[in-house]
Design a protein around this ligand. Structure first.
Ligand code: PMP
Ligand code: GLN
Length: 383
């Protein structure tokens, strides 16, 4: 393994899902739903396969039906206007979009500012691009984990190329407020920075809506917005993601993307085009379902003795294990399957400043109610 990747090893999601299988535990670690997305969308994928749509290489930027549907979705939910031919790119999940954006936009030695804790692929992709990651830590407050805007401003140097933002934020569940986003946008404009914003949980903001960074003044030409069908439609295995940005940025990201996968998921692209056009009731229903599950798991974890940072978005809840007499979330997660048959993720792996993340542990609530109830019952036995 080369020096750029040497520090990364196996992703925590693979490690913890393997541990869940080995011990027969309830897996609240890796974030994937235990119920598949809508039947009619699965049928749409079957139809595409059967009718021979997408069984051969689809067009490099994605099938026109899907690019059109993505542009319509951005307009319908966010009032953002994108030309489906030049300002939309379909990718192999958000994961490829992140990789291609960083490989396309970062020069070796450029600094990339990322919110810490950060989704694990950010660090690896910054490294593969030869960039230098500069974490800005979200710290726990009454209102969840918050960004210190002064710290963000101070982190920008003459070598900063790009801000890598994620809202709603995995793993903390923080949804950046309009004021925070506005300050980030102002900073990007003042210091002439590019912004890559990962908004895969755009439909999972529970208390007031999600606001895309691209909607702020001066941001259209400098923002690469990333989303995915995995979370919004509960098809994480399909790996259909997308980028929306100004034409020049989309062209740049596409230059990298064409040599990563070129294309992917042909028939599924047609199905996701239909999914994006589902009525509002679908999107509202998903959010309400997960809001109820957030409440169920948050209350259950609190009654089991955890300090709970109730998330405003995503399908993860971050807890603090110190009230249980523990201080090391990593050791806690490694022992948890044997102790009570539940798997969770130690947030420390998402930090450069490991000590900042040490006591925090993430649980996923994108699971059936009976599964969440059983997990809570097991966790209560810890006390
Ligand atoms: N970004 C974030 C913040 C995520 O949580 C995830 C997956 N859980 C991804 C990107 C990857 O998305 P995809 O599965 O579409 O590649
Ligand atoms: N994004 C998912 C999570 O945070 C996992 C994705 C993966 O396994 N790489 O749990």
């Amino acid at each position: 393994l080369n020096r750029r990747l040497a520090e990364f090893g196996t992703t925590i999601f693979a490690e913890m899902s393997a541990l869940a299988l080995r011990t027969g535990s309830i897996n609240l670690g890796q974030g994937f739903p235990d119920t598949d997305g809508p039947e009619e969308i699965r049928e749409a994928a079957v139809r595409a396969l059967r009718d021979g749509r997408g069984n051969q290489y689809p067009p490099g930027p994605g099938v026109p039906e899907l690019r059109q549907a993505i542009a319509e979705h951005q307009q319908r939910f966010h009032g953002l206007v994108h030309d489906p031919d030049t300002e939309v790119l379909v990718t192999a999940g958000a994961t490829e979009a992140i990789a291609a954006a960083l490989l396309a936009l970062v020069e070796p030695g450029d600094e990339v500012i990322a919110l810490e804790p950060y989704y694990d692929s950010y660090a690896a992709c910054i490294a593969m691009a030869g960039g230098v990651r500069v974490p800005v830590t979200l710290r726990p407050h009454e209102q969840g984990f918050r960004l210190d805007l002064d710290e963000l401003r101070d982190a920008v140097t003459d070598r900063t190329r790009l801000l890598l933002i994620n809202t709603p934020h995995n793993p903390t569940g923080t949804v950046l407020t309009r004021d925070e986003l506005s300050a980030i946008a102002t900073l990007a404009v003042e210091r002439d920075l590019l912004v890559v914003t990962d908004e895969v949980y755009e439909h999972l903001a529970f208390d007031g809506g999600h606001v895309p960074l691209a909607s702020f003044p001066g941001m259209h030409g400098r923002t690469v917005t990333i989303s995915s069908a995995g979370k919004t439609f509960s098809f994480t295995g399909w790996k259909v993601g997308w980028v929306t940005a100004a034409a020049e940025l989309v062209t740049a990201v596409r230059s990298a993307k064409q040599f990563l996968t070129y294309v992917s998921a042909g028939p599924f692209q047609y199905a996701v085009a239909e999914a994006l056009r589902l009525p509002d009731s679908y999107f509202d229903g998903l959010r309400e379902d997960l809001r109820a599950k957030r409440d169920l798991l948050s209350e259950g974890l609190a009654s089991a003795g955890f300090a709970v940072h109730r998330p405003a978005g995503t399908y993860f809840v971050t807890t603090d294990v110190r009230p249980l007499g523990e201080s090391d979330g990593f050791a806690f997660c490694r022992a948890l399957p044997e102790r009570c048959g539940v798997v969770a993720i130690p947030n420390a792996v998402f930090y450069d400043h490991r000590e900042e993340g040490a006591p925090f542990v993430r649980f996923a609530f994108c699971k059936r109610v009976d599964v969440l109830q059983e997990a809570v019952a097991r966790l209560k036995s810890l006390a």
